[in-house]
Ligand binder design. Structure first.
Ligand SMILES: NC(=O)c1ccc[n+]([C@@H]2O[C@H](COP(=O)([O-])OP(=O)(O)OC[C@H]3O[C@@H](n4cnc5c(N)ncnc54)[C@H](OP(=O)(O)O)[C@@H]3O)[C@@H](O)[C@H]2O)c1
Length: 279
């Protein structure tokens, strides 16, 4: 009991003000969408950012937004296809060590279940799972040696509610939950935490196009969004799309020193869409 009280006293009670200054964060797939919002959020808390994407132009624009979010934030951009050996080598040369790794890169597209070829199954696994595993394998040892680090995987509601129109995508997101739990065990007792974030339907450019395809007529955006949620995502408890910044807030918290006791978990930012008590 005395031991327990001592430990609580060491952790202490302070206001939750997240300060990531001095930390370097790599966010994969960060030239737009959720990855860019995460990079902006981490920069606003003082982290130095490494951004990746394949288009130089989009990355340059993203770096400008990240610097606007965190005026002191230093940014490095790596334009490379990080699913390839060559692209990975360029990324690792530009960022040999990081303190925070956010595996955000992920691709998705609808495909009839029985028409997904072997090649497509492999390619989804390579892009959405193996790329994250490879980067974890590279960065985790440095984090454990230094006694501090944060690794996260951006999973999806599709990890839990497998969509019939993209079971190959759902498979990769379920795999990330397993990968995250496993690497958390590998980092046990080191000061490094490893978690996945289950993101729900989020207001990105791709999803906005998808909503426009499914909701007929030229409705104002708010109305189109409400119709989409009511008809296609009825279990959502917020009945609107999630804004990318709302996913970023959770990632910033999980990246913080304050989140030191959250590891090996899958944390939901899904607007209550997954109708379950546990993930
Ligand atoms: N949007 C949602 O509603 C939603 C919901 C749940 C989970 N998620 C997950 O959240 C993550 C981000 O989704 P998002 O919708 O924000 O994605 P997005 O808008 O499609 O952005 C993907 C990012 O990844 C980059 N990228 C794609 N392929 C790449 C490659 N081979 N090498 C390097 N960079 C690459 C893209 O830039 P370039 O094209 O220039 O390479 C872009 O920056 C994904 O893991 C997704 O599964 C999304």
């Amino acid at each position: 009991m005395a031991h327990c009280r001592r430990r609580i006293a060491e952790v202490g009670h302070t206001a939750v003000k997240i300060d990531l200054s001095g930390k370097t964060a790599l966010v994969t797939g960060s030239s737009q969408g959720i990855g860019l919002a995460i990079a902006e959020g981490l920069a606003a808390s003082g982290a130095r950012l490494v951004l990746t994407g394949r288009s130089e132009d989009r990355l340059a624009e993203a770096a400008g937004r990240v610097r606007a979010a965190g005026p002191d934030a230093d940014t490095v951009t790596v334009a490379a296809d990080i699913t390839t050996d060559e692209g990975t080598a360029r990324l690792l040369a530009a960022a040999p060590e990081v303190d925070i790794l956010v595996n955000n890169l992920g691709v998705f597209a609808a495909r009839p279940a029985l028409e997904i070829s072997d090649e497509e199954w492999r390619s989804y696994f390579e892009t959405n799972v193996l790329t994250a595993v490879r980067l974890t394998r590279h960065y985790l040892p440095g984090m454990t040696d230094r006694g501090w680090g944060r690794v996260q995987y951006i999973a999806s509601d599709s990890a839990v509610v497998i969509p019939v129109e993209m079971i190959h995508y759902g498979m990769t997101k379920t795999a990330l939950l397993a990968v995250s739990r496993g690497f958390a065990k590998a980092a046990a007792g080191t000061g490094v935490t490893v978690n996945s974030v289950i993101a729900g339907p989020t207001h990105t450019g791709g999803v906005e196009d998808f909503v426009r395809q499914l909701v007929p007529g030229d409705l104002p955006w708010d109305e189109a969004q409400r119709t989409f949620m009511r008809e296609h995502r009825p279990t959502s408890l917020i009945q609107r799309l999630i804004e990318p910044a709302e996913i970023a807030h959770m990632v910033v918290y999980l990246s913080s020193p304050q989140a030191s006791a959250t590891t090996g978990g899958a944390v939901r930012v899904d607007g209550g869409y997954v109708d379950a008590i546990l993930p």
